[in-house]
Write a protein that binds this ligand. Structure first.
Ligand SMILES: N[C@@H](CCC(=O)N[C@@H](CS)C(=O)NCC(=O)O)C(=O)O
Length: 196
């Protein structure tokens, strides 16, 4: 049994989605990022955190990779060319989408006010849309890499939802419909009550 620490409306949802896809048992402790309870477990205050007995793992992508490798699913076997391509896509999404959304968040509400740069949003929104368009060029099938749903599809769909939540308009229709299709999966649908 796994315990997931983190408020669902954060990158924690990626881990919950992966757990649901893999059909694993877990319990959720929905603590807020930066809270004292979170800092007791992870001094940086960051979520998500996965707990398995005495083992503690931070970072949503590291957690998804651990679960996928351990239980089989969402990623090809390590050391295969397909896995290398999946990893390349994952790192690309983290560089080109997650990093921009996180920069926008840091300069909107995360950093102390005196360290925020105002007006970062238009640039972040433009770059995000440019990067979505570039990704669209590589989106040839229903899934981002290979013939099966995987970690990259979770990260892309999460980043699309994140952009929408912060009212950044996404102009690329294929990227929007990819996210819509991925979110229609039963594993994601089972998580919807967490958002109410
Ligand atoms: N790369 C990490 C980022 C973790 C992260 O920054 N999480 C945010 C919530 S989505 C957080 O806890 N922020 C609190 C803070 O930075 O103080 C991951 O994917 O888990």
């Amino acid at each position: 049994m796994y315990t997931v620490i983190g408020y669902p409306v954060t990158r924690t949802i990626r881990v919950l989605w992966a757990l649901e896809e893999l059909g694993l048992d877990y319990e959720l402790n929905p603590v807020l990022p930066g809270s004292d309870e979170t800092k007791e477990i992870n001094p940086s205050g960051k979520v998500p955190i996965l707990i398995e007995g005495d083992f503690k793992l931070t970072d949503s992508t590291a957690i998804m990779h651990y679960l996928a490798d351990k239980h089989g699913g969402l990623l090809a076997k390590a050391g295969t060319q397909l896995r290398a391509q999946q990893d390349a896509m994952t790192f690309r999404l983290l560089d080109e989408l997650d990093a921009l959304l996180w920069m926008n968040a840091r300069h909107t509400f995360v950093l102390p006010k005196e360290h925020r740069v105002s007006d970062i949003r238009p640039s972040a929104a433009w770059e995000l849309n440019r990067n979505f368009d570039r990704l669209d060029a590589d989106l040839t099938g229903p899934y981002l890499v290979g013939e099966q749903f995987g970690v990259a599809d979770i990260i892309l769909s999460h980043c699309v939802g994140w952009a929408k939540n912060v009212k950044i308009e996404i102009t690329n229709k294929s990227i929007l419909s990819h996210a819509k299709e991925m979110r229609a999966r039963p594993a994601f649908q089972r998580l919807l009550p967490l958002f109410k």
